[in-house]
Write a protein that binds this ligand. Structure first.
Ligand SMILES: [Zn+2]
Ligand SMILES: [Zn+2]
Length: 278
């Protein structure tokens, strides 16, 4: 049973999922915690969330595989990064290379979900380049050329950029695919969006670390301002508040243990879920 949960946890939230779920299995958990009904309820909710995430990943993977099986029309030349992909780019791994294949497999769940989104909201798919990437056309704001979700470039239907700029953008987006692959292993399909959101609120615009590592200039970002805006202290305070709110019971337990110099718990509850500050 533990193996099943390990697989579900890894599919749902990568290595992070394993770290969260495995110590909670009956084998490793102390008896007092197993007796705590709040811990048990929390555990069940966590496992349910893992199952949902794992199902999304599997569905996404399936959609990606079925899409790869059917031949997509080639993108017409005047479309976005299509021309850029025709320019030979040493930084983009060639088709069939180990890196390209591993990257495709790791990003398949999120690529599949992006395709599903494009299927509902989009205006068609086309394939371009070597290795091929999928362009999905969805309504986007005019000034933003598009976003990479896994290996699928969600693009506005009428992007107007020249071939040189497109080549640089292709390289930039390829770096984002690498980021998706690494984050998918570490924390599943949800890690990159969350990490990107947190980073872009603390370090706005050109100071975003994901965009910096993908190449600001190639991605069409202006150089970071001098002096830098980030880290924005009020945002750091806000995220710290969120973390403290989530971990408030552990904070209470730590404070109480420090005051009393021993851990206490009432019957039917673990130390963390025992009410009272002193
Ligand atoms: Zn508990
Ligand atoms: Zn970017």
């Amino acid at each position: 049973m533990r193996v099943v949960w390990a697989v579900v946890a890894f599919l749902g939230a990568g290595v992070l999922g394993l770290f969260i779920v495995l110590p909670r299995t009956r084998f490793l958990r102390p008896r007092r915690v197993l007796a705590c009904e709040l811990c048990q309820r929390r555990h069940r909710r966590l496992l349910a969330a893992m199952v949902v995430l794992a199902c999304l990943s599997v569905v996404g993977f399936g959609l990606r595989v079925s899409q790869k099986a059917r031949e997509l029309p080639a993108c017409v030349a005047d479309v976005s990064i299509a021309e850029g992909r025709r320019v030979i780019d040493p930084q983009v791994p060639p088709r069939g290379s180990v890196r390209s294949t591993v990257r495709s497999v790791l990003t398949a769940p999120v690529s599949g979900l992006a395709l599903a989104f494009a299927e509902v909201r989009g205006r068609g798919l086309c394939s371009v380049g070597d290795p091929p990437i999928t362009l999905a056309f969805v309504p986007q704001s005019a000034e933003h050329p598009g976003s990479m979700v896994g290996e699928v470039f969600l693009s506005s239907p009428t992007p107007r950029i020249d071939a040189v700029r497109a080549a640089r953008l292709a390289r930039h987006e390829s770096r984002h695919v690498d980021q998706w692959a690494v984050c998918s292993v570490l924390g599943g399909i949800g890690l990159l969006p969350v990490a990107y959101l947190v980073d872009s609120t603390v370090y706005p615009g050109s100071e975003n670390h994901f965009e910096q590592s993908a190449g600001l200039d190639a991605g069409g970002y202006s150089p970071p301002p001098d002096p830098p805006v980030g880290p924005r202290l009020w945002v750091v305070a806000m995220w710290t508040g969120v973390v403290l709110l989530i971990g408030r019971r552990r904070v209470r337990w730590a404070v109480r243990t420090l005051v009393r110099r021993r851990s206490t718990h009432v019957p039917g509850r673990c130390a963390v879920h025992t009410p009272g500050w002193t």
